[in-house]
Ligand binder design. Structure first.
Ligand SMILES: C[S@@+](CC[C@H](N)C(=O)[O-])C[C@H]1O[C@@H](n2cnc3c(N)ncnc32)[C@H](O)[C@@H]1O
Length: 213
């Protein structure tokens, strides 16, 4: 019975990816499939869901569809500056060329909410803020799943500082752009943040996967 229900879960994100469009080029299908697969593993873990760096909602729409189809009562929080990326710091410099600059990927909160409207989905709790300015009361007390997609070193470090202390046992964090030569910030932030902590980390399609034991 357990195996059957796991197979059903695994099929859900694959089915959704067949059924609905990926609405931006900010995440490719293989990476999105990893993010959603890991999310599905946490549906029975206590806590809510956060996405830090939601942009136009490419991934958020699929997270919401999975939540709805699974009948979950979890809350979903989506965060973004909705002013585009912040400036890079030295930790984002790479010999492999420039990818992204401060101010790029600028979409408004209205545009994000409109994608949910068009998809006939209720939007997540959507918060416009720089990650470093988020207050305690703007985050769930307990997190079961986090997708961090802030592209730069400080953005990922700020996200980890917020998420890690709230992550439930069995909870999972996935981080985009891990191990990408032209965007070295995310991997550097992960290494710095976890250097004194025991974690299990692996990565697939530039998605780092960290599970709290
Ligand atoms: C690559 S996009 C995210 C793509 C999104 N996850 C999707 O699936 O469509 C990165 C987003 O992170 C946001 N961002 C990056 N650093 C941030 C920070 N420090 N505070 C707030 N937003 C930030 C940018 O505004 C941008 O929308």
């Amino acid at each position: 019975m357990r195996i059957y229900s796991k197979m059903k879960q695994l099929a859900r994100h694959t089915r959704l990816l067949e059924q609905y469009p990926i609405i931006s080029d900010q995440i490719k299908r293989p990476a999105l499939s990893v993010v959603l697969r890991e999310f599905e593993k946490t549906l029975e873990v206590d806590g809510d869901i956060v996405e830090l760096g939601c942009y136009i909602g490419t991934t958020s729409l699929f997270i919401k569809r999975i939540l709805d189809q699974s009948g979950s009562a979890k809350q979903f929080y989506a965060y973004d500056s909705f002013e585009g990326l912040p400036d890079k710091t030295a930790q984002d410099n790479s010999g492999a060329g420039e990818q992204f600059k401060g101010g790029e990927l600028n979409v408004s909160k209205k545009q994000f909410l409109n994608e949910f409207h068009k998809a006939n989905l209720k939007p997540p709790i959507t918060i416009k803020a720089w990650f470093k300015d988020l207050r305690n009361d703007q985050l769930p007390e307990q997190i079961s799943y986090a997708f961090l997609d802030g592209d730069f070193y400080e953005s990922i470090l700020d996200s980890l500082r917020l998420v890690w202390p709230r992550l439930s046992e069995g909870g999972i964090i996935t981080i985009d752009d891990y191990g990408r030569d032209a965007l070295p910030g995310p991997e550097r932030a992960v290494r710095d943040f976890f250097q004194d902590k025991q974690i299990s980390l692996h990565h697939e399609h530039n998605i780092a996967i960290i599970r709290r034991a």
